[in-house]
Ligand binder design. Structure first.
Ligand SMILES: O=C(O)[C@H](O)[C@@H](O)[C@H](O)[C@H](O)COP(=O)(O)O
Length: 250
């Protein structure tokens, strides 16, 4: 189903979701690979999907730059660290890509960690894309997750961070999902990206997907819905279980 730069693709199972995620990331990256592709990855269960998708992509990985849509403020070896989740998979299968990750300095207090990460992203856009003094960044691909409450990255329902209108990266120290301290891309930084991809699997996400994707289901103010309303291009890659409550609409 496709409307207003929004596409929803439903597949039988996790394997098909991973295959389509791989071909979508590869195709989107091919469109920009005359420059390094700047991708942002997410934590949570989607990390495994992304890592498995990466194993199916043929590319010159030295030309990729990967940052995080959000990161939890714990040491990079901690089991809750998003970086650690990727390192666990990629250190053997794709060390070149892992070396090109732009990490959040989680040793800093959360406000400083967010400022420092934003500075790193400014430098990245300047060195790799020749863009300096950008009001908003033009990241190529964001792979995002969705929480059962409708959050995405570390943007939570009714949180004041949803009104952030000048920063690319913001700190949060009261995240309802633990751990409480995190840094996250802001809504305007997400809106400016070339493509937002949401791979989702499992029946636990069926209710929230219905609220977000079905008109009139009351999800209009949820962070994920706000991403979708103003993003240039949003792609949902769903398995049949997560999509089981969408059937009457698609
Ligand atoms: O916590 C994180 O690292 C992410 O910031 C978060 O936005 C995640 O993508 C969703 O909470 C979905 O996570 P699950 O897929 O694990 O439910």
């Amino acid at each position: 189903m496709s409307a207003k730069n929004r596409q929803v693709c439903i597949f039988a199972d996790e394997v098909e979701v991973i295959n389509y995620l791989a071909s979508t990331i590869q195709q989107s990256a091919n469109e920009v690979l005359q420059e390094p592709a700047v991708c942002f990855f997410i934590g949570g269960s989607a990390a495994k999907l992304v890592c498995e998708a990466v194993t199916k992509i043929q590319s010159d990985w030295s030309r990729w730059r990967v940052a995080f849509c959000d990161e939890r403020l714990v040491p990079s070896t901690h089991e809750e660290s998003t970086y650690a989740a990727y390192a666990k998979y990629l250190q053997n299968s794709n060390p070149t890509l892992l070396n090109n990750f732009i990490k959040v300095d989680t040793s800093l207090p959360v406000d400083e960690a967010a400022r420092d990460y934003e500075q790193k992203l400014h430098s990245l856009m300047s060195s790799e894309k020749g863009c300096s003094d950008l009001k908003w960044p033009h990241f190529d691909i964001l792979v995002l997750g969705v929480g059962e409450d409708g959050h995405t990255a570390s943007l939570f329902p009714s949180h004041p961070l949803l009104d952030e209108a000048s920063k690319w990266v913001a700190p949060i120290s009261d995240s309802p999902k633990p751990p409480p301290s995190r840094v996250t891309l802001t809504l305007p930084a997400i809106w400016a990206a070339g493509k937002c991809i949401f791979p989702v699997i499992g029946g636990g996400k069926a209710d929230i997907l219905k609220r977000i994707l079905c008109p009139g289901d009351g999800g209009e103010n949820l962070p994920v819905h706000r991403v979708m309303q103003s993003s240039k291009n949003t792609l949902w890659i769903l398995d049949s279980k997560s999509a089981e409550k969408l059937e009457e609409f698609f």
